[in-house]
Design a protein around this ligand. Sequence first.
Ligand SMILES: *Cc1c(COP(=O)(O)O)cnc(C)c1O
Length: 378
Amino acid sequence: MQHSAMITSHNPTVAEVDLHAFHRNVQQLRKLTGNGSMLMAVIKTNAYGHGVVPIGKAAVNAGADRLGVTGVEEGALLRESGINVPIHILSSITLEQASDVMEYGLTPFVASKELAEKISTVAEKQHTTVPVHVKIDTGLHRFGIDPQDVLSFCETCYSLPGIRWEGIYTHFSSADEGEWKKTEHEYQLFLDTVSELENYGFHFPVKHVAASTITIERPDMHLNMVRPGIALFGYPPAPRQKKIVDLEPVMRLQSKLVRVRELPPNTPVGYGGSYITKDTEKIAVVPIGLGDGYHRALSNKGQMIVRGKRARIVGAIALDQTLIDVSHIEGVTEGDTVTIMGKQGDKEIFAPQIADWMNSNVDEVLSSLMQRIQREYS
Ligand SMILES: *Cc1c(COP(=O)(O)O)cnc(C)c1O
């Protein structure tokens, strides 16, 4: 978020991003691919909340061959920051965005004749060629061309001027869940579709299917490129993968207690009084709330760490504040550091634990964190 240039200090809630840990994670994943496959660092959704520009630069420094982002907006920011590697747009683009894609030298996927024709027209006008990847739907049923329609798509579009058909890919539906039978079926469908196209003379040099799970667990499916996302940030999609690859969480979320007060027994706490003190209790205020992307589902459920001890969230989380019970914490005082996510002393709360409390997943925990939370890179 843009802050006023006049501000000399900020809200105590800070997301500390450890670029060295990120660098090591990229290298760990790279090791799994050997030298046979390129690595696209998927840093969509503002790099899963970590900040797309600093993370994009760190990814390239760590040896990522390419970057994958959500849309034209993130791609343009990366280009303006001086990044030159190929940048793939992983969400769909509208016809109107074709000229920006070209302007910023981005690589979109194409799954419709309309978009292929639009890109071709714009590219021809500019006397340029746009690299494009075809996306096949093998079971996620979101984006992508149906395998049975892809031959007719190529017959219409492959010879359009201004397009370089650089690659072809799919995104699996159930790999994280370890549903190998389904995943192998989707993989086979992809391979069969590609080889049918090649029989007809439609070639796509860069073939890829592997997000984090496949990058970690299935080297037999790496093909020409892997596309890990969440694993780069220290979280393998499934706990079973911790045995295979050693990754470190990249972000730590810290704040400070801005108020500590003692309340008598039977005092309702927070909006709606959804928590009522049982004894005389010490309740502290932490300046993080719904507006920071700290979810309401954590009300009366989540925990934070203060002075090396866990403290429970009490009452409903408000827009800007969360209340915690610090009664049991010796010497607790205003200004004490609060670890919301990360390690403090011998206690730790990482994103999977927060996701559990929220009945969600790590992707949501991380990518929810709003831009107004100051990011500090080291
Ligand atoms: C998000 C995404 C990835 C990365 O997925 P992770 O499970 O986070 O590794 C890879 N490929 C595509 C097309 C994606 O949209």
